[in-house]
Design a binder for this molecule. Structure first.
Ligand code: NAD
Length: 259
């Protein structure tokens, strides 16, 4: 009987459009904690402090938000792609990737070598900051430098509006273009591979369902069970890095490329 690794590699070879859908679990092996695992972000912070309504409603909340965001940004800025990110970038180079739909905000798909037109960042990016009033964008490092120099609540140079990392917080609208594009790609693909997501955050978590309903094969690679495991064609409960590394090796062998 074929192992899950062989089977998934074979499906990637046969597929015309493979969508890879990634979550925080993809980046834990790069040293960035996820939200829901023990020791994850929600063990240390109260999720309610990240709600968008709180951010816009009071200066105290904005200051607290920037304190937490600053603490989380350091490790994210330093993080390097792990073998799972690198395998996904290699899939692009091999012509075996339609796109990556990511919930991650850490920019590691780009550091790994995926091109910008192949990555849909559903929840924005921590690498930029934007003004909630006039939408002016700033490089995150520039704003972090201001905080290091003593600014507690950064504001926009042009209009004085509140600055916030360009990520989507709870209660904040999803980015329209990215969300539409992600649904579109999910409905067109014939193979949809989830890597490192608990599949509980919506609307992102409905994308595997959309893919499946439109006839795609669904693969879930995650350390722990997810609510979508029952409808998947193959579930691999394992670490993202070693699993993707093994799949990439079989994929290359199947394509006649020396690993
Ligand atoms: P989540 O925290 O809800 O779930 C992560 C899942 O990954 C868990 O089910 C866990 O079992 C699994 N996992 C952890 N390490 C793994 C590994 N090495 N290999 C395989 N599986 C592993 O994360 P989510 O589903 O992405 O959704 C929550 C939100 O988290 C998203 O909106 C995202 O924006 C945000 N987030 C992003 C980052 C990041 O950018 N790196 C970090 C924390 C949170």
């Amino acid at each position: 009987m074929k192992s899950g690794i062989d089977e998934v590699a074979g499906w990637i070879i046969d597929a015309k459009r493979t969508v890879v859908f990634t979550g925080a679990g993809l980046s834990t092996e790069s040293g960035i904690p996820d939200f829901r695992s023990p020791g994850g972000v929600w063990d240390r912070y109260n999720p309610e402090d990240f709600y968008f309504q709180k951010f816009i409603s009071s200066e105290v909340s904005r200051q607290k938000y920037w304190q937490m965001a600053t603490e989380m940004y350091g490790p994210m800025r330093q993080a390097q792609p792990n073998p799972a990110h690198l395998a996904i970038a290699e899939m692009e180079r091999l012509g075996k990737l339609d796109c990556v739909i990511t919930q991650n905000i850490d920019g590691l798909h780009f550091k790994a070598g995926n091109s910008p037109d192949k990555v849909i960042e559903l929840h924005g990016t921590a690498m930029h900051v934007s003004c909630l009033n006039c939408q002016k964008r700033y490089n995150r490092d520039e704003i972090q430098m201001r905080i290091k120099e003593g600014v507690n609540i950064p504001t926009c140079d042009d209009c004085g509006g509140p600055l916030k990392p360009a990520t989507i917080s709870f209660g904040q609208s999803m980015p329209e273009r990215e969300t539409q594009e992600a649904y579109h790609r999910s409905s067109l693909c014939d193979l949809f591979i989830v890597i490192g997501s608990s599949l509980v955050v919506h609307p992102a978590a409905s994308m595997p369902l959309v893919a499946k309903q439109n006839g795609a094969k669904l693969v879930i690679i995650n350390r722990d069970p997810t609510p979508c495991d029952d409808m998947a064609d193959r579930v691999i409960h394992g670490q993202a890095g070693p699993t993707m590394n093994a799949i990439l090796k079989r994929l290359k062998r199947g394509l006649g490329i020396n690993p």
